[in-house]
Design a protein around this ligand. Structure first.
Ligand code: GLA
Length: 382
């Protein structure tokens, strides 16, 4: 623990964190997020890259899609690497991104046939994933401009992204006011707090779609990364990746990550669920359930670099997607192609297609209530 703290701190020097002679770290006071022009949309809208640095971590976020463009984290020798897949230019994010780093809304993952009924009204969403609606539709939150406000409070620094999603946007009812805050802390944490209110009953399920490779983006497959997932059950899917409604036990299946194991160990088992997803692309039912404060969900580790990421969340579900649809056709931030399994996503969420599964935890938001969820990623080394 001591060694890993020191590693984080050493690298912190490069990322704007001061160390005292005693070896303890304190954040450089007043170091506010910086803003640079990243690109311009076809309609002339400027897109900015916001850079935050604290606790040895550096996070770059775009005002387009709330996209995590890069996430620089130290290895056990204090060397920083960008562990988030992305592009080096705006045009690629607009034209062909498989949700790299994006803020996902209004609804993370799939809604069957893009249809749900709420209070007797049936709502039809755009179908952008075969017969289903995925990640909020054809122009979800990942493709919208966000208003960004920076802040620095003591040991924390961050940005708040906000936008109002008009009533009926992408077929969803209600004017949805959304605020998402990305915070870095002096303790090596990247925290996301989501909040939303509505003026009409609607459904909401927000998440972040960062593709992680703890050895660095573009460095090859993540099959040697180890994962521990505190979940005894998962939600099996049909051929269209829609949950069947069953909460199946992971015991005796490739889906059992209760004891840490390499991601690649069972990935090639001839299990029907792995065939449907072309790998892992499933929602795990976190043992902790919905919690008021973020509680432990998983640990991801990469043996060569020693980088470790722990995730805690208030959410009841976790979509673990093993980068199955990356196919070597995209050239990433540092000029290398991304091939199948070169990254994984760990999307904290409510379960996919919940509006059509009354037994799943509800994703309904009503006027007067505030949607609030939080997820914390804590980085260290071993
Ligand atoms: C989610 C889905 C996957 C895939 C990716 C984006 O993780 O579950 O099936 O659509 O997003 O490519």
């Amino acid at each position: 623990m001591n060694t890993s703290r020191r590693t984080v701190i050493a690298a912190g020097l490069a990322a704007g964190v001061a160390a005292t002679s005693a070896g303890t770290a304190r954040a450089t006071t007043g170091r506010a997020p910086t803003r640079t022009l990243f690109g311009t949309l076809d309609d002339g809208t400027p897109v900015h890259l916001w850079t935050l640095a604290r606790g040895g971590i550096r996070l770059g976020v775009l005002s387009y899609g709330g996209i995590v463009h890069r996430l620089d984290v130290p290895d056990r020798h204090g060397r920083l690497a960008n562990i988030a897949l992305g592009f080096d230019n705006l045009a690629d994010y607009v034209a062909k991104s498989p949700y790299f780093g994006a803020l996902i809304g209004r609804y993370g993952n799939r809604i069957a046939a893009g249809r749900f009924t709420l209070d007797g009204h049936t709502h039809q969403l755009p179908l952008n994933d075969g017969a289903n609606s995925l990640h909020g539709g054809t122009k979800g939150f990942d493709k919208q401009m966000w208003h960004v406000e920076p802040f620095t409070h003591g040991s924390r620094t961050g940005i708040t992204l906000s936008r109002t999603s008009p009533d009926g946007e992408m077929g969803y009812p209600g004017t949805l006011k959304v605020q998402v805050t990305y915070t870095l802390t002096a303790r090596g944490e990247w925290r996301i707090d989501y909040a939303a209110t509505t003026d009409r009953a609607t459904v909401v399920n927000l998440t972040n779609h960062t593709y992680f490779n703890l050895a660095g983006e573009g460095s090859g497959p993540v099959s040697d990364h180890t994962l521990e997932l505190a979940a005894a059950r998962y939600t099996p899917v049909d051929a269209g990746l829609i949950p069947t409604g069953e909460l199946a036990r992971v015991s005796g299946t490739p889906f059992d990550f209760r004891r840490t194991k390499p991601i690649g160990r069972d990935l090639r088992q001839g299990h029907q669920q792995l065939l449907y997803g072309k790998g892992f692309d499933h929602n795990w039912v976190l043992d902790k359930g919905i919690t008021a404060e973020p509680e432990y969900a998983l640990t991801l580790a990469e043996p060569r670099s020693g980088r470790v990421m722990r995730v805690s969340t208030t959410e009841p579900g976790l979509q673990f997607y093993s980068g199955n649809f990356l196919d070597g056709t995209l050239v990433g931030t540092s000029g290398r192609t991304y091939r199948q399994g070169d990254a994984l996503c760990l999307e904290t969420q409510h379960f996919p297609d919940s509006p059509n599964h009354p037994a799943f935890p509800s994703t309904v938001l009503r006027p007067g209530a505030t949607y609030r969820t939080s997820t914390v990623h804590t980085f260290s080394t071993r």
